[in-house]
Design a protein around this ligand. Structure first.
Ligand SMILES: O=C(O)CCC(=O)C(=O)O
Length: 267
C-alpha cells in the first residue's frame, strides 16, 4: 500500500481510539460495590486489560458428550469451516459459514481437532436458540455483566487460531473448557501492526519472531477454566487454543455503556 495512504489510515484510527478513550474517561460507574468499582476504575474506564478469577461453573465440567447431551445431536447449528485452505479465512467469514448438525460438528472436532472448523461469535445470532440450554451452566456472572444471551457468544473448537484484530466493544472472555493463549498488543502499537482495514491487521498470527522484528512487546495471557480476561476496545489480540477441546464465552453485556463508538471508525 502507498505509504501516505497507510499513514492516513493509521492516523484516522488513532483519532478514533483517542475519542474512545475520552468517552471512557467520562463514564460514570454508578452505584456499584467495591470490587465492581475497582474493575471499572482500573480496567474498564482506563482501557486496560485485566484478568479476573471466576467462580466455579457447571460449564467447567463440560465434555464433548456433555455438550452433545445438552444441545442435541440433531440440532442444526452454524459454524465456520474450510479455514485450513484459506489463509484469509477471517476476512471472508461469510464464505466460511456452514450449517450442520451439532452432532456432526462435534464428531468432526473429535476426529480432527484443528483450526479447520470452529464455532465462533460470527455464528452467534444463528445459534442463539440451539445453544440456549447451555446458559444454565454458565452462572453466576460478575456484577458488572448482565446475563443476556444476545450479548454472549460461544466459541467451541479444537486447536483454533483467531488472527490479530481488535473489537468494537469491550469484551469479557471467559474460558470454560481447555486453555487458550491470548496475545494482546496495545493500541499505541497500531503503526507497527500492518493495519489493513476495518479491525484487521495483515500480520495474522503475531509470532515471537514477528513481534521481535517489529519491536512489539505483546501482553500474553494464558486463560484456563476459572479465569477470565477483560480485553478493552481497541486492544489488538490474537488467540491460540492450547487444547484439543476448547470452549469459551465472550460477553459484551457490561452494565456500562459499551460500543457505539463505531461512528467515526475509519473502517
Ligand atoms: O477465542 C477466540 O478464538 C477469539 C476470541 C476473540 O478474539 C474475540 O472475542 O474477539
Amino acid at each position: 500500500m502507498d505509504q501516505a495512504v497507510e499513514l492516513d489510515r493509521v492516523n484516522l484510527w488513532r483519532r478514533w481510539m483517542s475519542d474512545v478513550r475520552a468517552t471512557h474517561l467520562g463514564l460514570d460507574p454508578g452505584h456499584v460495590d467495591g470490587s465492581t468499582r475497582r474493575f471499572f476504575a482500573m480496567a474498564y474506564a482506563a482501557n486496560q486489560p485485566a484478568q479476573v478469577n471466576m467462580p466455579r461453573w457447571r460449564a467447567n465440567d463440560w465434555t464433548i458428550e456433555g455438550l452433545r447431551a445438552r444441545v442435541g445431536d440433531d440440532t442444526e447449528v452454524a459454524v465456520q469451516s474450510g479455514r485450513n485452505d484459506d489463509p484469509t479465512y477471517e476476512l471472508n467469514k461469510d464464505a466460511h459459514k456452514r450449517r450442520m448438525t451439532f452432532g456432526a460438528f462435534l464428531d468432526r472436532l473429535v476426529a480432527r481437532p484443528d483450526n479447520d472448523v470452529y464455532m465462533t461469535a460470527t455464528n452467534g445470532s444463528e445459534n442463539q436458540i440451539a445453544l440456549a440450554p447451555l446458559g444454565a451452566d454458565m452462572r453466576p456472572l460478575p456484577a458488572f455483566l448482565r446475563d443476556d444471551p444476545r450479548e454472549r457468544f460461544l466459541w467451541i473448537g479444537g486447536r483454533s487460531e483467531t488472527p490479530l484484530h481488535h473489537d468494537l466493544t469491550n469484551n469479557f472472555l471467559v474460558q470454560m473448557v481447555g486453555r487458550k493463549l491470548v496475545r494482546m498488543l496495545s493500541p499505541v502499537d497500531v503503526a507497527r501492526l500492518d493495519y489493513s482495514h476495518a479491525v484487521f491487521s495483515r500480520i495474522g498470527m503475531p509470532s515471537d519472531a514477528i513481534c521481535a522484528e517489529r519491536g512489539l512487546t505483546p501482553v500474553d495471557v494464558v486463560i484456563e477454566p476459572g479465569r477470565a480476561l477483560f480485553i478493552p476496545i481497541g486492544w489488538w489480540h490474537a488467540v491460540t487454543s492450547l487444547s484439543d477441546v476448547s470452549v469459551t464465552a465472550t460477553y459484551v453485556s457490561f452494565i456500562w455503556r459499551n460500543g457505539g463508538w463505531e461512528q467515526g471508525f475509519p473502517g
